[in-house]
Write a protein that binds this ligand. Sequence first.
Ligand SMILES: [Zn+2]
Length: 512
Amino acid sequence: MKLSIFKEVRKIKGIKQRKSIIIFMMIIALAILSVNVYKVSKNSIIVFDEMIPEVESLNEYEIEAAFYESDKIVEGVQKINYINKSSKNIKTVYFHIYPNAFRTEETVPFEESEMDLAYTEGFEPGYINIGSVKSTRGDLSFLIIGKGNSILKINLDEELEAGEETKIYIDFVIKIPPANGRFGYGKNTINLGNWYPIAARIDESGWSLDPYYSIGDPFYSDVANYRVVMTMPPDYVLASTGDLIKKESIDGKHRWTFEAKKVRDFAMIASDKYKVIEGEFQNISIRSYYFEDESAELSLKAAKDSLKIFHELFGKYPYNHFSVAASDFFIGGMEYPKLVFIDEGIYKGNDDILEYVIVHETAHQWWYGLVGNNEVEEAWLDEALTEYSTLLYYENKYGKEKRDEVYKRMILEGYDIYRHFNSDSNETILKGLGDFKSSREYQALVYYKGAMFLDFLRGELGDETFFDTLKIYFEKYKYKNATTEDFIKVCEMVSDRELKNLFNKWLIDGEE
Ligand SMILES: [Zn+2]
């Protein structure tokens, strides 16, 4: 569902004497009308005179799965209480079945130069086989389509009206490839990212059915509720997006039951070598899953401190756990709701990088996890905010000098090196993943130049307005998907300035 735009916005300033009355009115307004009033700083309140769509209608996934160690296979049965979130009647629904991209070397989500790092023992296919698709009335016909056969098209047996729900049952088998990526296994871990059929998004402009690009994180989904049961050999420790509801021993195996509410995806990671240490921040349990090394404490501390800083800067982390998991993953780190995969290679004697990567992935809990966006079309929106948030962690934890040093080393120098070798490149930050020439270009523009832009924007707006903007953007769009347009509107509203040209200059024209 596309979010409605602001109809009218007022900014109220200088209300010191009337503050208590306004806060009281604000609470009443929130309670009665669900209109959206944000108190953003000492003497500033923002009123949105528009109803924000509530996240009342969520898809519900129930997945019962079993992992077979020798073949690296997962058999799954998935029931989805599926809601038509579009404004039209639909007869067809689509799911992403990302594991199919791993079937051939041509469609795997790695660049050619990455293949040796991804498949250290050589390429072997991974995939998902769909056994059957059913409704409560019987079999449904389906087709597997798209580049890499990564889209499941299901023909419903009757039209689903806007807002109406139906139950869909999918039987599947996945083969996990020997790949050090989001979906794959290595020497230590079984990585289950983007592993089950997940509903494609639909809005006024239609379905988003993008393939599994090798550049970026090509995902776009709505928050949903999950109940996932996984049966595994007993020597495995399993971390996931969900809260552990129970762990039973059945026929010599462990049956783990997890639940997660209002999350954008559901990932798991397992290892028979994991050790776990745990910390806490305001009743949020923070866990570090690691192997034989000394950086476990550092990773726990980086996760905990960054969670606390972002919680204070942007808004409340609403879940009750967050896990950082060392993994066979060669690309640094990968964010999933409440769980991040971190390349175990950087746990060994590279504490600066480890801290940076963990903080980056933790910031994604706000930008991607809670405030979602189309990561295929507008990757900059979550990535640049995440990269800039990482700098804010250094600024808040260590002070400005350290932040400047990290900014220079991790952002400015990276960008300068890229520019040096690519002086003629197109500098557009806001473009689809298919329009980037390489991961290098993607990183330089989306991460580095994106963060440079946000630093410039902060200078233009001033600290108070800039941080008010981030808080309001978070509050307004958490559990939903936002667009660049939405972000610009919040910036304009909070600053009382016309900023479209500035955004266009940086994001589209590629100027500074
Ligand atoms: Zn990122």
